[in-house]
Design a protein around this ligand. Structure first.
Ligand code: ATP
Ligand code: MG
Length: 346
């Protein structure tokens, strides 16, 4: 049966301490204060907790920046770790159909009245429940329209928190019912200090430059950074983790290989030689999208190309990126890229 929303396994809300966990879960912030980098968002949310007048919320921003962690931490601070299990309903939009399913689920969830536990609990325990709709931008427009009514109907007993990566995919009438919170990509220093903390807790042997490089590679996505760190530490056990293994794990092509590809494009005008150079890189098993992005960086730093030439190549790279997204053969795309560079450098 297709269901529109699927409940996240409850284990992710309260994970048992003794079971070995992936570090991304183990180091998921448990309180609002331990959320890195999103100072403004956290400050505003803390104010709303104090007033206990929680609005409907829309969290948006790139992956791995703390959206899900923040709402879970907020729920924990409102209800405490025990009560939060009964007070929040966490759903993600994994199938486009069946707004009816969400209606039913929310209705069932909201129907049981919430008792006022304020006197008996150490937590504020406001008299409403929270419905978290993760990946809300994957909902069809129709489903989003239908959600407007659901939000209104149940707003007395529930608050909604919509989470998405692309805020422009949320229809305006829905967005305007929510207070919007933007989550920004984590900068290098925030990512590095979080990684350092994990390294110290897990007794990982590291040097600061490697962590900084890892932070750069993860492009503001802390989840990605932590995943890479855990893989690298498994690889090196008690030894020092190296930049090379981080790059290997992240699937980054070595600078030498990119250099030789671009240089052969600049010097060899012969089609067969160009094809050989491309085959060499592709046979190393790197993804075309990674090669495309690294070649772009390499071209931008290449003083042998003037601004007009860089702009021309950049335009093609944009097109090639779309071709790859549409599923075009990777080898063919990289071959074309090299041909364009070769023609431009003539
Ligand atoms: N701001 C942050 N502070 C501390 N840890 C973070 C932060 N952002 C991400 N993390 C780490 O990355 C993991 C994933 O974060 P989270 O699930 O909150 O990301 P998200 O923004 O919801 O991403 P997605 O859009 O992919 O759902 C967390 O478990 C935590 O370990
Ligand atoms: Mg999330």
């Amino acid at each position: 049966m297709n269901t529109f929303f699927q409940a996240r396994p409850s284990s992710s809300v309260n994970v048992h301490e003794e079971i070995p966990q992936p570090w991304i879960e183990k180091y998921r912030p448990k309180s609002m204060d331990s959320i890195s980098a999103q100072e403004q968002t956290v400050a505003v949310l803390k104010k709303t907790i104090e007033s206990q007048n929680l609005p409907h919320m829309l969290f948006y921003g790139p992956p791995g920046t703390g959206k899900t962690s923040t709402i879970l931490a907020l729920a924990r601070e409102l209800y405490g770790p025990k009560l939060m299990k009964t007070r929040i309903l966490e759903l993600n939009a994994s199938d486009e159909r069946g707004i009816q399913v969400i209606r039913d689920k929310v209705k069932n969830f909201a129907r049981t009245a919430v008792s006022n536990r304020r006197e008996t609990s150490d937590y504020p325990c406001p008299p409403y429940k929270i419905v978290i709709l993760d990946e809300a931008d994957l909902m069809t427009q129709d489903a989003q329209s239908a959600l407007r009514r659901v939000i209104e109907t149940y707003s007395k007993v529930t608050r909604f928190c919509l989470i998405c990566n692309y805020v422009t995919r949320i229809i305006e009438p829905l967005a305007s019912r929510c207070a919007k919170f933007r989550f920004k990509p984590l900068d290098i220093s925030n990512t590095t200090s979080r990684l350092k903390m994990i390294c110290e807790q897990e007794a990982v042997n590291y040097n600061p430059q490697t962590l900084e490089e890892l932070a750069k590679l993860s492009e503001g996505d802390l989840r990605k950074a932590i995943m890479y760190l855990q893989s690298a530490s498994k690889l090196h056990k008690k030894e020092m983790i190296t930049s090379e293994s981080i790059r290997e794990i992240a699937g980054v092509v070595s600078d030498d290989l990119i250099d030789s590809l671009v240089e052969s494009a600049k010097s060899n005008k012969d089609g067969t030689q160009l094809e050989e150079a491309v085959t060499k890189v592709m046979d190393s098993g790197f993804s075309a999208i990674q090669i495309l992005s690294q070649v772009q960086d390499r071209i931008l730093d290449d003083f042998q190309f003037n601004e007009a030439q860089k702009a021309r190549i950049g335009e093609f790279i944009g097109q090639f990126d779309k071709y790859l997204a549409d599923g075009t053969d990777e080898h063919l795309v990289i071959l074309n890229l090299i041909k364009v560079i070769s023609d431009t450098s003539e």
